[in-house]
Design a binder for this molecule. Structure first.
Ligand SMILES: Cc1cc2nc3c(=O)[nH]c(=O)nc-3n(C[C@H](O)[C@H](O)[C@H](O)COP(=O)(O)OP(=O)(O)OC[C@H]3O[C@@H](n4cnc5c(N)ncnc54)[C@H](O)[C@@H]3O)c2cc1C
Length: 507
């Protein structure tokens, strides 16, 4: 990692009290929580805490250690721009390597004294009198904060599918995001439910170990080739000694991904080119006509997440692998029964069924001004201003809030913009000694009208069912534009968009 430009900081000063008070409470020690902490320190905010429910930092990359887990955006772009890592071993690094990178960030930026592990936040409540947020954790503690940053992750809570009989299944159940490394798959009859981003990484890794692999597919995905190469010693030394070369590669990757927006987000001629590419890849890799048909998506590319893998289609064609496209009817004691009446007996079910994405409701109760409940206001779909603030919930900032999801570029590019914006907000609160900094409802409403209008013209809203949408089709997750547009909107912290209430106690 390039250390030449890094800021040295002092450890946090904690106030000794049963319910400590901080300038900022950050919930979550994944990339977003840690990145916010780094930038708060740079902005001179030292009195903050990071509450993390796990025993280590790392979020996604601590939890997703399943076989084959890796990023699907190249590491030179899927890392913080302010902390380049010249040592990435390959273009798409594996989960363990990304986890190491995150731990290195903690060490390098001296974040450890700020993190409290084993702190599962179970509610956040605004005290109208003082303007302080009370963050309650499972162990009964209350952490008070003048500002709170909800960095608890867009994909942090594994989704258990609602399949009849699953609870009574007598074999082993493993969720991709909570892999059991002690369970030996060798020679076992294994079922994988789901064919999304995690499944297509797991299947090629385990197919040659297991006795029989049965893959249950609901909807086929668009799969593209994965340009994955090991990084040569020469490149690493170049990146180490001439950091601008790595920066140039990052720039090139950024703009390549930006151009992909034209195929992923909108129905442009490039979308058709991308579909032709996807079909050609399928035709080249799968010779059997019937299987090809089973694997051909019937929706526009981009409508659901595009997957990248060179090994997924070949794995499905192994002798010991079977692709099942009949809907699952129920899980029996011994296996999975499909709608055609067949029971597929298995020793282990791998649930590659994704995450509970907060499109409506909230992961824990959040009470704002006058006790208003965010989950109730978001019941039909989450909304915020610039994906960060919600009217009625002053001094609360959200990373990967509503409509901040990228479909074509690195999440960390978006995240860095969110963090910069949040730090500006926190500085406003502290510098002006504000009790409340609350986005005006009419500003938030105008912003969302425009976002939803733009979304109506995207591939995501073109009719397929995906985790981007609520049950009734409201898109509360994706940002309908280029990452460059998102960055432009986040550049300025427009104080006129916010109602400001002065603190009545001294700073
Ligand atoms: C398998 C996988 C692969 C991915 N690959 C890519 C990729 O290649 N490119 C890309 O752009 N994006 C990718 N993503 C998206 C990824 O989620 C983001 O890129 C990023 O890691 C999100 O970081 P985060 O800090 O917001 O959330 P997380 O990494 O999820 O961190 C959230 C943290 O908050 C903690 N937390 C949650 N709830 C509570 C609570 N109640 N109390 C206390 N702590 C709590 C969690 O334990 C966790 O540590 C991938 C996601 C997954 C699951």
């Amino acid at each position: 990692m390039n250390t030449s430009t890094l800021t040295r900081t002092k450890p946090a000063v904690r106030r000794k009290s049963a319910n400590p008070e901080y300038d900022t409470v950050i919930i979550g020690a994944g990339f977003a929580g840690l990145g916010t902490a780094i930038k708060l320190l740079e902005a001179g905010v030292k009195n903050f805490v990071i509450l993390e429910r796990g025993q280590q930092p790392g979020g996604t990359w601590r939890d997703n250690q399943y076989p084959g887990a890796a990023c699907d955006i190249p590491s030179n772009l899927y890392s913080f721009s302010f902390a380049p890592n010249p040592e990435w071993s390959r273009s798409f690094s594996g989960s363990a390597e990304i986890f190491e990178y995150v731990k290195h960030l903690v060490k390098h930026f001296k974040l450890e004294p700020h993190i409290q592990y084993g702190q599962n936040v179970n509610s956040a409540e605004l005290d109208d009198e003082t303007g302080l947020w009370h963050i309650h954790t499972e162990d009964g503690k209350i952490h008070k904060g003048r500002a709170v940053v909800m960095a608890s992750g867009p994909l942090a809570n594994p989704k258990m599918p609602a399949i009849k009989g699953l609870a009574d299944y007598q074999g082993k159940i493993v969720h991709s995001a909570r892999w059991d490394h002690d369970y030996d798959l060798a020679g076992k009859r294994v079922a994988v439910i789901g064919t999304g981003a995690s499944a297509i990484q797991i299947i090629p890794e385990i197919v040659d170990k297991v006795g029989k692999l049965t893959v249950f597919q609901r909807t086929p995905a668009w799969v593209m080739p994965r340009p994955d190469f090991t990084t040569s010693g020469f490149s690493k030394s170049l990146f180490r000694n001439l950091p601008f070369t790595q920066k140039a590669i990052r720039e090139a990757l950024y703009w390549t991904h930006e151009s992909m927006a034209l195929a992923v987000i909108w129905d442009s001629p490039l979308r058709k080119v991308a579909e032709r590419l996807g079909s050609a890849f399928l035709n080249a890799q799968v010779k059997d006509k019937w299987m090809r048909r089973q694997l051909t998506p019937d929706y526009k590319i981009g409508c659901k997440r595009i997957l990248v893998s060179n090994t997924y289609y070949p794995a499905l064609q192994r002798k010991n692998c079977e692709l099942i496209t009949w809907p699952i009817a129920n899980v029996s004691h011994q296996g999975i029964r499909t709608a055609d009446g067949v029971e597929h007996q298995v020793d282990c079910i791998v649930l590659a069924t994704g995450f509970d994405v907060p499109k409506s409701g909230t992961p824990y109760p959040i009470k704002g001004i006058g006790g208003r409940l965010l989950a109730e206001e978001w019941a039909r779909g989450a909304q915020a201003y610039k994906s960060i603030n919600v009217s009625g919930y002053p001094n609360l900032f959200i990373t990967f809030g509503p409509n901040s999801g990228p479909g074509h570029n690195s999440a960390l590019v978006y995240m860095e913009q969110q963090i910069a914006y949040i730090v500006k907000g926190v500085r406003q609160i502290l510098d002006k000694n504000l009790k409340m900094l609350d986005v005006k409802p009419e500003v938030q409403a105008r912003y969302n009208q425009s976002i939803q209008k733009r979304l109506s013209r995207t591939n995501w809203n073109s009719g397929c069912k995906s985790w981007y949408l609520t049950e009734d089709g409201f898109n509360a997750t994706m940002y309908p534009g280029f990452a460059t547009q998102y960055a432009a909107q986040m550049k300025r912290f427009d104080t006129r968009a916010y109602a400001q209430v002065q603190q009545n106690r001294p700073a």
